[in-house]
Ligand binder design. Structure first.
Ligand code: PSZ
Length: 279
């Protein structure tokens, strides 16, 4: 089937997309992106994702001009045209094309926008059974709050997890647990939910915010404070959050079984509440 994609402001077939070899996204990873979940043909929290895209652009001094105008409508159109039921829509904005130089002051062209969809099965099995994780040193830069195309720290850490038959690397700076490679990390100890505060060391996940709001609505105490590796390993329960995986329980971290080594009670409760939002 021919895939329909967004290229700058036009909906075209995938083979019509031409990326210049001096596109700064290609040469420097100089750009930003978002991944938005699609559940039963409907996007989840599109407005929040586009707001975060706008913030990422601002932090990197990428001038969006009128790019956001009509973007939401175009992403919805792609989902419909490609007949997506469950999956994601990916959107990326590179700073644009210019003769290669680190500085971007010579840039005249507009940013380059692409978006495409992917049908995916919902990861029911890992949501129900939970996953094993690895602890990996967080070697990323100090602006993890910006969703940039520069993902080498995450790429290497995720590969390390896969090489060790794990689902995710849980990253740490010194002893402080930050987040996963494409997930936020939550632990529960004595009925209290903990997650890293939304500062420059993590991406403030849309799923993370949704889960925090759910906790507050349900009267579950939630604390946005740093916790360390030891607190992680001694937690009663733990879970990962992210677009499309939603909430995935952590069973084991390397040799340490978390809690009972199976999805915990509060984790499952939050999963049920979360499922009501997307269904
Ligand atoms: O399919 C993909 O490639 C996805 S889906 C979600 C992500 C990637 N990443 C989101 C993300 C992240 O990159 C980091 C470093 N931390 C946390 C998250 C979770 O953010 P939300 O909940 O907004 O998806």
């Amino acid at each position: 089937m021919v895939q329909t994609v967004l290229f700058n402001n036009e909906i075209v077939s995938r083979k019509e997309v031409k990326i210049d070899l001096e596109d700064r996204g290609y040469q420097f990873g100089d750009g930003i992106y978002e991944v938005i979940g699609v559940y039963n043909t409907k996007t989840f929290k599109m407005a929040e994702h586009l707001k975060r895209l706008e913030r990422s652009a601002k932090e990197l001094r990428i001038t969006l001009g009128n790019i956001l105008e009509g973007l939401e409508a175009n992403l919805e159109k792609l989902i419909a045209l490609n007949g997506i039921n469950d999956g994601i829509v990916y959107v990326q904005v590179s700073r644009g094309v210019a003769p290669r130089a680190h500085q971007f002051s010579q840039l005249e062209a507009l940013p380059v926008v692409i978006a495409y969809t992917r049908e995916m099965e919902r990861p029911i099995e890992i949501q129900e059974k939970g996953v094993n994780c690895l602890l990996t040193e967080d070697i990323r830069w100090l602006r993890c709050d910006v969703k940039t195309l520069n993902l080498l720290g995450s790429v290497l850490a995720k590969q390390k997890a896969i090489d060790n038959s794990c689902y995710e690397s849980i990253l740490h700076r010194e002893n402080v647990v930050t987040e996963g490679t494409a997930t936020n990390v939550f632990i529960i100890k004595n009925q209290i939910v903990y997650t890293h505060p939304a500062d420059n060391f993590i991406l403030n996940g849309i799923t993370r915010s949704t889960v925090i709001d759910l906790c507050k609505e349900e009267g579950i105490k939630v604390v946005e404070e740093k916790f360390d590796k030891q607190q992680l390993l001694q937690a009663d329960e733990g879970f990962l959050t992210g677009t499309f995986i939603d909430i995935v329980p952590i069973n084991k971290i390397e040799e340490t079984v978390l809690g009972k080594g199976e999805p915990g009670r509060i984790t499952e409760y939050l999963q049920r509440k979360f499922n009501r939002l997307i269904n």
